[in-house]
Design a protein around this ligand. Structure first.
Ligand code: BGP
Length: 480
């Protein structure tokens, strides 16, 4: 097989991503400081794989200095994490900042900078204080939008002198969809209309935060603000009109709900027409729509693990079921697809190229960054060599394949993608899967006091950044 050298485009950065709740642990939090994720875990710890959850997570709160040194030793150029809203604020109604949390985040950010790792901060990676869910109904309430805005301003005041890239939300639709519409996640509701209100308020909160960020001058010295979307990248099963329409509807609910208003300033009219037809329109005002129109984001974060595929519905929707977007499409698994069996997700690296084309053609070629991509592997310890290091060649292959498609899009299509962040720096907990699937460049050994050990992929990425590229099979070879 012919291998060629793929050069990292000029100015393109490589880093890693995590979130506060999936790494920090509860140390330093007061009893009332409970996030959505914490409340989810507390509601049923036994449903989380082997009982692990956010309680200790990776213990990043105590070990960030060690971890950040390691990031530096692997040459990583940026690290995206979140501020845990439920930790940073200690009185949610009066928006009072916790001194302890302020000191912790200050130190952590300073440590990143001292180690040449650029801090990138997301304001909400599902760390909405549970108090605000109990008292106001979470993102269903306009009051929570106001409280979020005040929290965001406190965060900008504290850190924007050093943090230049901000995101309002990570994967904003996931908790509304899984927690409010489908009862799979906390708070286990089945109310699609309410989930629409959650999504709508997160779009509005993004626009209001962009407005505040600019009006108060937090964008000076190159400050940028955006949103991170788990881009669904939906492919139709076939070219038939029905399959294409099904894929289009899946994309409408998954991606366009956020990408259109946040980047283009407008909800798609088809979305509002469809929601109206099903009696699920959110409460909104013309004034809100004006704010959304005038305050679009500077930058888009893209999380992507694998594509979605859709086909026309095989059976008619039963109207006795509560409405859900799958009224319009069925999911489809493509026979012969390459799969990550641990996660049940398809691996399809060319999707990076297709995402780039979509952003270029439909979203004004806005600056974007890959904020999450990676491969979660179950029982990864089985891949250890005799010296005990995880030989994750599959992960090296996964990253190489994705990066070469991305680099091709940057080179051939002028894609405006400026960075790649691997999920995650270390292994970490995720909702219910806990530590089941391992994602990091660095192993967390749960049997040995959560000790850290760099995997083969960690050593590989260090060399990639050092040499300015990597070797991988050529496209030509594949087309033969
Ligand atoms: C994304 C989330 C991350 C992370 C990742 C991997 O949706 O933004 O928080 O958890 O998915 O998913 P999982 O850990 O469930 O395999």
């Amino acid at each position: 097989m012919k291998k060629i050298f793929y050069e990292i485009p000029e100015g393109f950065k490589i880093g890693a991503s995590s979130s506060a709740w999936q790494s920090e642990g509860w140390k330093g939090k007061k009893e009332n400081q409970v996030s959505w994720a914490d409340a989810f875990y507390k509601s049923a710890p036994s449903k989380w794989y082997e009982g692990y959850g956010p309680t200790i997570a990776t213990d990043f709160y105590s070990r960030y200095k060690e971890d950040i040194k390691l990031m530096n030793s692997l040459n990583l150029q940026s690290y995206r994490t979140s501020i845990d809203w439920s930790r940073f604020i200690e009185d949610y109604d009066n928006v009072i900042v916790s001194e302890d949390a302020l000191n912790y985040y200050n130190d952590m950010i300073n440590e990143l900078i001292a180690n040449n790792v650029q801090p990138i901060i997301c304001l909400e990676h599902w760390e909405l204080p549970d108090y605000l869910i109990q008292k106001y109904g979470g993102w269903g309430s306009r009051k929570v939008v106001d409280l979020y805005l005040r929290y965001a301003e406190k965060a900008f005041q504290a850190f924007s002198d050093r943090v230049k890239i901000w995101f309002t939300f990570n994967e904003p639709g996931v908790v509304p969809n899984l927690g409010i519409a489908e009862a799979i996640w906390y708070p286990h509701k089945v109310n699609f209309k309410e989930s629409v209100q959650w999504n709508y308020h997160k779009v509005l909160a993004t626009a209001l935060t962009v407005k505040l960020f600019k009006e108060k001058g937090y964008n000076k010295d190159g400050g940028k603000i955006g949103i991170i979307q788990n881009v669904a990248q939906v492919y139709p099963r076939s070219n038939s009109e029905e399959d294409i329409k099904a894929a289009h509807m899946a994309e409408l609910f998954a991606d366009k709900t956020y990408l259109d208003p946040c980047i283009k300033g407008e909800f798609p009219s088809l979305l509002f027409e469809t929601l109206e037809k099903h009696n699920c329109l959110p409460n909104y005002t013309d004034e809100d729509l004006e704010i959304i129109r005038n305050n679009t984001v500077d930058i888009l974060g893209v999380n992507f693990y694998g594509p979605n595929r859709a086909k026309a519905k095989a059976t008619k929707w039963n109207d006795e079921n509560p409405f859900n977007p799958s009224y319009y499409f069925d999911s489809w698994s493509m026979p012969g697809a390459t799969m990550n069996h641990s996660r049940g997700w398809e691996i399809y690296a060319k999707a990076f190229y297709d995402i780039a084309i979509n952003i270029k053609n439909n979203y004004r070629n806005i600056e974007w960054m890959i904020m999450e991509n990676g491969m979660g592997v179950h029982d990864e310890y089985k891949h250890k060599d005799l010296k005990g290091q995880i030989q994750d060649d599959y992960r090296i292959d996964y990253i190489s394949d994705h990066l070469r498609w991305l680099f091709k899009a940057i080179k051939d299509e002028n894609a405006n993608c400026t960075a790649y962040h691997m999920w995650n720096f270390t292994d970490n907990v995720s909702p219910m899967n806990a530590f089941r699937n391992r994602y990091g460049f660095v192993e967390i050994d749960l049997s040995n006091n959560r000790s850290r050990r760099v995997k083969k992929s960690g050593e590989w990425i260090k060399k990639v950044i050092d040499r300015g590229g990597f070797e991988y099979k050529s496209f030509e070879d594949e087309l033969k």
